[in-house]
Design a protein around this ligand. Structure first.
Ligand code: PEP
Length: 253
């Protein structure tokens, strides 16, 4: 069954104490999630264990890492493997965030490798895609984003693909306060679902959660999530404020 997901991406923010306080604030929210709704909190690596401990027992609430390396283990100082993340019983990993693509040179080919290793160790990748402003202004966003999916995901079997969550995050809307309109989000999400359907069939495409990311806030979440192909959001800045993220969770349909 397709899931509606409110995913937080804390990025490289918060001290350990602040992380603890934010998790405690989030836990004060009454548990209102329906069977097909989930909350996923992507925290920095050093806080994974804390988040797991705090959120254990919380209904439909999961923890994510924000990245993993392409290799299983070995002499890769400073890197963190999918196997390590899975061994902490963390369920999700964000892959291909535009900040990783831009600042760390992660290509579609590297992200195909990361997706493979995440799946190998039973993690659910939240695979990010999205176009820069120049591509949007040139009107070629549909081809650009479809290509990201093709080059990173289309080698997967249908069974593997159904284990993936996709997050469409137009780069011009991330951290800028400029949100795509609900219509723009719906248009791209429908295009992505059609792209998935052309390779894997409509049934598989219909089973994939496609999240929207880019300046989602409490005030605009419900409107964006109300669109038929928008299955929730991946939220950066607003996820650092418990009340704001709470409102975003309440915006799930
Ligand atoms: C993100 O980091 O994935 C994101 C969408 O950030 P923001 O919500 O701050 O735009």
């Amino acid at each position: 069954m397709r899931q509606q997901i409110a995913a937080a991406n804390w990025k490289m923010n918060l001290s350990f104490q602040q992380a603890e306080a934010l998790l405690d604030e989030l836990l004060k929210k009454p548990e209102t999630l329906k069977a097909d709704q989930k909350v996923v909190i992507a925290v920095p690596f050093p806080y994974l264990q804390l988040a797991k401990a705090k959120l254990s027992g919380r209904k439909n609430t999961y923890v994510a890492a924000q990245n993993c390396f392409t290799k299983k283990s070995g002499a890769y100082t400073g890197e963190v493997s999918a196997e390590m993340i899975a061994s902490m019983e963390v369920e999700y990993v964000v892959l291909g965030h535009s900040e990783r693509r831009e600042y760390f040179g992660e290509s579609n080919a590297v992200l195909a490798e990361k997706t493979n290793i995440a799946l190998e160790f039973g993690l659910t990748p939240i695979f990010c895609c999205g176009e820069p402003l120049a591509i949007r202004e040139a009107g070629s966003q549909n081809d650009y984003v479809a290509q990201q999916l093709k080059e990173s995901l289309f080698h997967l079997s249908a069974d593997q693909l159904t284990k993936i969550v996709i997050a469409y995050e137009p780069i011009w809307a991330i951290g800028t306060g400029k949100t795509a309109t609900a219509d723009q989000a719906q248009e791209m999400h429908a295009h992505l679902r059609n792209t998935l359907a052309s390779q894997y069939g409509q049934e598989v495409a219909n089973s994939i959660s496609i999240l929207y990311g880019g300046s989602v806030k409490g005030a605009n979440a419900a409107d964006i999530f109300s669109r038929p192909d928008v299955d929730g959001g991946l939220v950066g800045g607003a996820s650092l404020v418990a009340a704001e993220f709470g409102q975003i969770i309440d915006g799930l349909k």
